[in-house]
Structure formats: C-alpha cells, structure tokens
Design a protein around this ligand. Structure first.
Ligand code: ARG
Length: 576
C-alpha cells in the first residue's frame, strides 16, 4: 500500500474545501515517533493565498480533513505542521491484508516497456572493479522494476568493437599456432599487455595491427572469425563473473556496439539529409547551441571522423533509434560512471532533435561515483594496477570464510563454503548498493563484513534469527497469518515500516536508486530487533493471541527482508 499517496489524497480534498485547488500537498515521514508517523507541511505555503496565519490554516485543515479511519490523532506543531498519528486498528487491518498477499501488498503496475543498459564492459579487457557498480546497481533496479510489473529489456552494450581489436587479433593469430583461443585468452589482462608491448616495441607489428583493423572493418571472413572467437571467450569471462555475483544477465542480453555497425552509415546519412548534421573540415558533426560555452560557441558532437571512422557517440545514437523504434521502449536507463554524463546529455539532445525518441520518452542516464580505496584514491592493487573483479570476489569469499570460522558458524545442511559465498558476495554487493549511487565510496572489507550496522551480514543474520524462532516454535513461517493486534510502541513502529514497503519500491524505481531499498531494509531489520527485545514471542505465559500476532509480525518481516534481498541479488540463509 502507498500510505503517502492515501494521505495526500485526503489532505488534498481538505485543502480544496478551503478554496485552494492546485496547492502542493507535501506529506513526509515524521522524524521522531512523538511527532506521529507522517507530517503534512503545506499550511505555511497557503498563508498568502488564504491571507491567514499558517497555524490557523492548519487548524482549518485539521477540522476539514477526513482521516478518521486512518489516524488516531492529528496535532498542530511549530509554525503550522500537522502531525499524523496513524491508528493502530487501521495499521493492523492492513498488515493482515499484506500478510495474506504473496506480493506483500505491492500492486502490479501497468507495464511500461523499459530498456536498462548496464554492465556493458569492454571486451578487449577483463571486467574490472569499475564494472561492478554498473552491473549490480543496474541488476537491482531491473529486479525492482520487474517486481513492480514492468516489462524490462536488459541491454548489455558491450564494447566489442574498435581499433584496439586490430592489435589483439594480430597477436591472437600468432598465438593460435601454439594453443587454442580459450587458453591463449585465459587471462585477458596479460594478453592485452603482451599485445600492447609488441605494438609499442616490435618492428612491423603496429602495421599488421592496422591492417587487421582495416580487414575487420571491411568484413574479411577470416578476420571476422578470429574476432568472433575472441569475443566469445571474453563474454564467457563476464558470464563467470555474473554467475558469481548472482546477476541476471545472460548472453541473450548482449547487444554489443558491433551490432550497430550496419546502421552507422545509414544514420549519418539520415542526419545529413535532414540537415541536423553538417560536414565540417571533413568530419560530420552536430552543433549544439543549447550547450554553448561562455563565449557562446556551440558544443560540437562528432558522429563521423574525417577519416571516415565512427565513434562511441554514433553507436549510442543508433542504440537509441533501435531501442525506441524497434524495441518500442518508453523509458531508457543507462548505468555508467559519472564521467560519461556530458556524453549522454549531448546524445539525448541530438536524438531528440532527430526525433529518434518520442516526446514522452524518459531517457535517464544514471551516473555513479567511484569506488575508492581506504586512502580515498581510486581502488587499485598494491602495485597500482586495476583490480580484476573475479579476484575481488574470490577474496570476499575467503574473508567471509575466515570470519565465519572465528565465529564458529556451521551450516548443518550445506557445507560452509555455501555460507561463506553467500555472506562474502552479499557483503561486497550490499556495501556498494547501500551507498548513494551518485557519490564516491570507500571500499572497506572490515565494515562490509561486520555483523553490525547497515551491512549484508546484519540483514542475513536478522533473517536467520526469525527463521530460528519459527523452527523453535515448530510453525511454518510462510503459512503464518494470525491476526495482528498492536499493543506497544515497538509493534507499531515495525508495522508502520512493513507497510512502507511499496512506497520504498516506488522511490527506488523512480530514482533508479537501490540504496533507498537498503536504507529501508536496515531500518526494518533494526525495528525488528527492537521489537524482538521488547515484545517476547515464545516466552511462557504470553497469551495465545499476542503470540500469534507477534509471530505474524515476525513472519512478515522475514518475508519482506527476503523479497528485498532477492531484488538486490543477495541470498539469505536458513542457518548461520
Ligand atoms: N562500455 C562502456 C564502458 O565501459 C559503457 C557502455 C554504456 N552504455 C552505452 N550505451 N554507452 O564505459
């Protein structure tokens, strides 16, 4: 249920009855329990229109608003805030409906077709930590959108084309004399380095590399076959990482840059014919007066170089055309690091000039900040090299295993590697997902693997704790739906949080911001812990109805935690 929207509707009617129809209706969550659960903050802004003091307006609204079913108390505070205390009976009723619903009270929205472009590594090299953020943030947003009912098309816009492949293919063709492609390319990082050394130092190699580029671009079958072999091995490397990360991307989501090659000359011609692009000193470009510099000189967006080569930009325009016109997407989300913000802003501008997207199309570049080391510098190996994502994940599992052995954790059903994997990978993902997407963050093993604070292990632990309550009581948690009666503040706070699930998912989806879901989860788990301390469940002497009600709150908490972690691509455990 969407509590905020329900309250907004009621307050809107009240404000309208005072004679103001289009006033904004700001409803926010209260910051402290003594202020109730929600607050209406719109009275101050009405003072001018109604020529009255905000507190008097607040009084009029309190008298006019019809929330007798929802709220047990309204009170005016400060300059004219209206605090809303939700009614226990109303909350309990909605918790009962929610616990009987497989979707946990979240309505299925009318499906929108949404393209999500994420992960998109460059295949010339191995995936590195910079791709971690795009991959897991993108995947979490995809899963939230799908849960809400949208029709999501994943697009892995892999960098599988470009001049660097000339050097790589020349090197590969030499190596194939001795070994198979998969062996030669078992470590893409080493392979790239070797090729680069030859390119820089070996007589004649650079010329051969350039020949390969020409052959590749002209569609020479032998060269294309070699390229396909390279791409195939490189995609398998990415697939291994996706699997480790519990990310839903598969090969059928790959729509690499090369897929747009045939369309690039067509697109450039189209833009020239329609006089959106011009030829200037041999290059084809679009002037963007909308983005002029201080002297009024328009920004320049190049779509074809003077030598005839196409660019990253050309491909992105072709991608927009394909996604909007062929895939019929209504919204596009693209996850890359913040340094590409200008590129996407300009690309959108050009695409809109060319009507490649419909007016109402929502094109959203979702930038993210950098992952930093403890020294606040870009995260690197000790020797300053880039860290391979696969290695980082292996280290996470190893560290989790060490930690768990210290805590003497044993899984009765599975072997401990399973727990270490779930905790280790969960910790790395959650540490990233829980940070505000747009800011840089410091990667720190110790905090992310802690069982305290806003971490995956804390949430996983909260979940197993609830599972163990039900094991002890010998009750099927998933069938638990005894009616809820709210008898104390800890139960009420937990109930309110549980009912804010749908609001949270909507915000996370609209802002493409998984950290909003993480913050919610942390608050939910913390409120559960407080509730569990304050409201005994299995103690002798607890009456049957209270016990049933508390078990229901616990079960719904566990189901909500699990559902949320699922969307974040983080597993839960039965024991830990
Ligand atoms: N391959 C690019 C990179 O690694 C990201 C591509 C993002 N998507 C796009 N449509 N440009 O930075």
């Amino acid at each position: 249920m969407l509590i905020q929207a329900i309250l907004a509707e009621r307050f809107k009617q009240a404000v309208a009855s005072l004679g103001v129809v289009d006033a904004p209706i700001p409803i926010s969550k209260s910051t402290r329990p003594e202020f109730g659960e929600y607050q209406f903050n719109g009275a101050m802004a009405l003072a001018k229109a109604l020529k009255k003091k905000p507190r008097d307006i607040a009084q009029d609204i309190v008298e006019a608003v019809d929330v007798s079913d929802i709220a047990s108390k309204l009170e005016i505070a400060g300059p004219g805030f209206i605090n809303v205390h939700l009614s226990d009976v109303w909350l309990a009723e909605h918790i009962d409906a929610t616990q009987k619903d497989a979707r946990l009270g979240v309505a299925q929205l009318q499906a929108q077709k949404i393209v999500v472009d994420y992960s998109s590594p460059n295949l010339a090299k191995e995936m590195h930590v910079g791709h971690l953020r795009s991959t897991i943030i993108g995947d979490a947003v995809v899963k939230v959108l799908e849960f809400l009912g949208h029709d999501v098309i994943r697009q892995n816009h892999m960098g599988d084309w470009g001049t660097q492949f000339g050097m790589l293919l020349a090197h590969l063709s030499d190596k194939l004399g001795e070994s198979q492609a998969s062996t030669a390319l078992s470590d893409l990082e080493d392979f790239y380095r070797e090729a680069k050394v030859r390119f820089d130092t070996e007589d004649g190699f650079a010329d051969r590399a350039r020949e390969y580029v020409v052959k590749l671009q002209s569609g020479d079958p032998q060269c294309l076959a070699l390229w396909e072999e390279f791409i195939d091995v490189s995609i398998s490397h990415s697939e291994e990482v996706y699997q480790k990360l519990n990310v839903s991307l598969t090969r059928k989501d790959v729509m690499g840059e090369s897929a747009y090659n045939p369309d690039l000359p067509v697109l450039v011609k189209d833009l020239l014919d329609r006089e959106i692009a011009v030829v200037d000193q041999g290059a084809t470009l679009v002037f963007l007066p909308e983005m002029a510099d201080k002297e009024g000189k328009p920004a320049v967006y190049i779509i074809q170089k003077s030598g005839g080569g196409f660019l990253y930009a050309t491909t992105d325009l072709a991608a927009i055309r394909y996604r909007c016109q062929k895939l019929k997407a209504q919204r596009t989300l693209i996850f890359t690091d913040a340094r590409q913000a200008l590129h996407f802003k300009q690309t959108e501008l050009v695409a809109r000039k060319a009507n490649y997207m419909e007016q109402g199309h929502h094109y959203q570049h979702c930038p993210f900040g950098m992952m930093l080391g403890k020294d606040s510098k870009p995260f690197k190996t000790r020797t300053g090299g880039t860290i391979k994502l696969a290695d980082l994940l292996d280290e996470a599992v190893q560290r989790a295993a060490d930690l768990l052995s210290k805590r003497d954790v044993k899984d009765l059903e599975n072997d401990n590697t399973h727990i270490a994997q779930t905790v280790g990978i969960g910790a790395v993902k959650y540490a990233d997902l829980s940070k505000n997407r747009t800011t840089d963050y410091i990667f720190d093993w110790d905090t992310m693997l802690s069982f305290e604070g806003n971490t995956a292990p804390y949430l996983q632990y909260a979940y197993t704790r609830i599972r163990s309550i039900f094991r002890k009581a010998d009750i099927d948690m998933l069938a638990q739906n005894a009616p809820v009666v709210l008898t104390n503040a800890s139960e009420k706070a937990l109930a309110v949080k549980l009912l804010q699930f749908e609001d949270t998912l909507h915000s996370a989806a609209n802002e493409a911001a998984p950290h909003l879901l993480c913050t919610y989860l942390y608050e939910l788990a913390s409120l559960f812990m407080t509730f569990y301390e304050a409201s005994p469940i299995l103690k002798d002497g607890i009456n049957k109805d209270t016990k049933g009600s508390r078990l229901s709150l616990a079960a719904l908490s566990a189901r909500t935690i699990k559902q949320s972690l699922d969307m974040l691509g983080i597993d839960t455990l039965e024991h830990m």
